[in-house]
Design a protein around this ligand. Sequence first.
Ligand code: FMN
Length: 270
Amino acid sequence: MVKKMTEEKSQQNDIFNIINDRRSIRKFLDKDIPDEVLEKILQAGFRAPFAYQITSIVYTLDKEKMKKLKRMGVYPSTKLFMVFFFDFNRMEKIVQARKYEYNFDDSLLLWIGIQDVSLVAENIILAADALGLGSVLLGGAPLMVDQISEVFDVPTKVFPVVGLCLGYPDPEHRMDIRPRFPLKHTAFEDKYKELSEKDLKECMHSMDDGYITQGYYIKQNAKIPLTKGDDKIDMSQYSWCEHISRKISQGKWSDKSLIQLLREQGFKLD
Ligand SMILES: Cc1cc2nc3c(=O)[nH]c(=O)nc-3n(C[C@H](O)[C@H](O)[C@H](O)COP(=O)(O)O)c2cc1C
C-alpha cells in the first residue's frame, strides 16, 4: 500500500507529467496559500540557472494592490500576484561595493536580464504546479512600469518583465490543454528549415483546429475587434492564427514606446 502510494506520488510529481499537464489557469479557489508553500515555490524559482542573478520578484496577497494593477489583466480571483523584474539596482550596488565603475552596455544587460528572469519565472510556474497551484502569466507588465513602480515602490534601474497570477485552480473552470505547433516545424536538426506552404498550412491548422474544437475563444468571449472593414469571421471560425494576427497588426500598444519607458526608468540605451 505504502509502495503504491509512493509510486502514485512519484508519478504525479514526475517532471514530464507536470510539464505536459500544465495549462494556464485564470480562475482560482478562495483558498489561502500556506507560507511554506510560497517559500518553497520562490526557492525553486531562484534555483534556475543564471547569467547575472539579475532577477527580483515583488509579490503580494493584497487585493487592493492587485486592483490597482487591474489594467494589466490581473484576474479577480488571483490569490497571489507576482511581478518579475530585472534588477540592475542591486547589480550597480555590488559593482560599487567592489569599487568598480559601472560601465556596461545596458542593452546587453537588458537581454541578459530577460533571459535570467524568464528562467526563474518558468521554474516558479512548474514548482507551483507540482504543489497543486495554477498560474497565468501577464505580459502587459513592461508597459505598466509606471503603475507597477508606484504600487510596489520600485526604484529606477529595476524594470518589470512579466506578471504572474497564482492560486489553487477552480476545478469548475478547468482549462483545456492548449495545442502547439508540431515539433517538426519548431525544432530543426543541424539547420534552420524554412516552412513550405504545406508546412505553414499544417502549423496553422494544428493551432486553429485545436482552439476551435475546444471552443476556446467562445468560452473566453475574446475576440479582437477589427479597426476597419466588416468582420466576416464569426466566433465559430475565430481561432488562434486570426487572433494573433489581429494582435500583431494592431500597431502601438501604448502612448510611450518600450524604449522610452526603459530610458525613463534609468537605462542608458543608444
Ligand atoms: C510572456 C507571456 C505573457 C502572457 N500574457 C498573458 C496575459 O496577459 N493574459 C492571459 O490571459 N494569458 C497570458 N499568457 C498566457 C498564454 O495565453 C498561454 O500561455 C498560451 O495561450 C498557452 O496556453 P497554456 O499556458 O494553457 O498552455 C501569457 C503567456 C506568456 C508566455
